[in-house]
Design a protein around this ligand. Structure first.
Ligand code: SAM
Length: 214
């Protein structure tokens, strides 16, 4: 038995379900994915804590509740192709890998991408590809996507990401000033884009051509 199984079930019950996330598929994915495998060895005791965990390069794996909330808002279906911007540890990509047909995940730090790729391979995910690059420009070679999720905060919504959505597609992204943002959900209907949701969040900056300057 996985020694972290009990911690994981507690995480889902007390940090996520009790705060209102109801999507059973999201909860099930978070019950099975070994979050501790995605954090550095010395951070493992905190892997299931109700907080972000550092993963190197000044970056963090987001708080479990925020990961769950964003994934629920994304509304992933089994046939979907998804773009995950800001691979970080690869934990969010693994959740998407459980829910979607195909996942492309893009990270600007090659070392983080390499490490995430290794963990995802070891766990047997063959529907996730990790790329190195500037995710503010999306990932054109595999576009368009049914869903796009961004785990770093942008000053405004990058046009490239809206452009890479299919008709009926959805984007979830934190937007706003450097130290406090709102979680926005964008939906594409033809050439029209509708924005909803307004949840306060704090994310690391999305650095790139259509994001913040590095
Ligand atoms: N989803 C990640 C996980 O599950 O561990 C956590 C993401 S962390 C909060 C944000 C990540 O976005 C960092 O790894 C950072 O390097 C990355 N990032 C920032 N700007 C980026 C960009 N323009 N393109 C790709 N990744 C970017």
């Amino acid at each position: 038995m996985d020694p972290y199984q009990t911690e994981r079930e507690r995480m889902v019950e007390y940090q996520i379900a009790s705060k209102g996330v109801q999507d059973e598929k999201v909860l099930a994915a978070m019950r099975v994915i070994p979050r501790h495998c995605f954090v550095p060895e010395d951070a493992r005791p905190y892997a299931y804590a109700d907080s972000p965990v550092r993963i190197g390069k000044g970056q963090t794996i987001s708080q479990p509740y925020i990961v769950a909330l964003m994934t629920e808002l994304l509304g992933v279906q089994p046939e979907h192709r998804v773009l995950d911007v800001g691979t970080g540890s690869g934990y969010q990509a693994a959740i998407l890998g459980e829910l979607a047909a195909e996942v492309h995940s893009i990270e600007r730090h090659p070392e983080l991408a390499e490490s995430a790729r290794g963990v995802l391979e070891e766990l047997g995910y063959d529907n996730i590809e990790v790329h190195v690059g500037d995710g503010t420009e999306g990932y054109a070679p595999a576009a368009p996507y049914d869903r796009i999720i961004v785990a770093a905060a942008a000053p405004s919504v990058p046009q490239a990401l809206l452009d890479q959505l299919v008709d009926g597609g959805r984007l979830v992204i934190p937007v706003g000033p450097r130290f406090s943002q709102r979680l926005e959900v964008w939906e594409r209907k033809g050439e029209q884009f509708k924005q909803s949701s307004n949840i306060p969040v704090v994310f690391v900056p999305l650095i790139g051509k259509q994001g913040w300057e590095g």
